[in-house]
Design a protein around this ligand. Sequence first.
Ligand code: IMP
Length: 181
Amino acid sequence: MDYKKNIDKVLYDRDILAARVVEVGRQIRADYAGKDLVAVTVLKGAFVFAADLIRAIDLPMAVDFAEIISYGEGTEIAEEVVLTKDVAVNVKGRDVLIVEDIVDTGLTTAFLVDHLRIRDPRSIQICALLYKPAMQRVEVPLRYVCFEVGDVFAVGYGLDYAGQYRNLPDIVTLKEIPPEE
Ligand code: IMP
């Protein structure tokens, strides 16, 4: 199948994304001036967003990654959340900013917050590219949100369906969810 033929609607095109990410990066810069910022990007979905966001934060900062896999394939709600790659930097006494692709139920983000809190950072805040308020099951305080979305399944700009579509420059919805291979 031509994967682009399966695109339904463009939710946020590359220009809107670029402008909003710069805006949020500036807010973060203002809030974190003089702090010891460590951006923890959640793989895989947030890697494209994070690449743009960190370049919009004109401050000294460390960058690290955590990978979390949530089971419940495809568009289903995750029933199990597993950390498959931990952060390597020492976050003790530092100001951690978690960079998330999408906060849906909130389970993945809540899991990472709990995991990092044990390491005694000075602060933990969350920056999400997308937030689905209607879907939230656990409370996670989101300091920065680029866009709030309804109950849609979004792909592109790092977000996938079954491992595909991460390379699309725009965030889109799909006409049909293709069968998994
Ligand atoms: P949670 O339900 O907040 O724990 O979200 C778990 C993960 O599911 C997110 O980090 C995304 O990787 C993925 N996810 C949730 N909604 C979408 C979506 O609309 N498109 C792509 N991935 C999604």
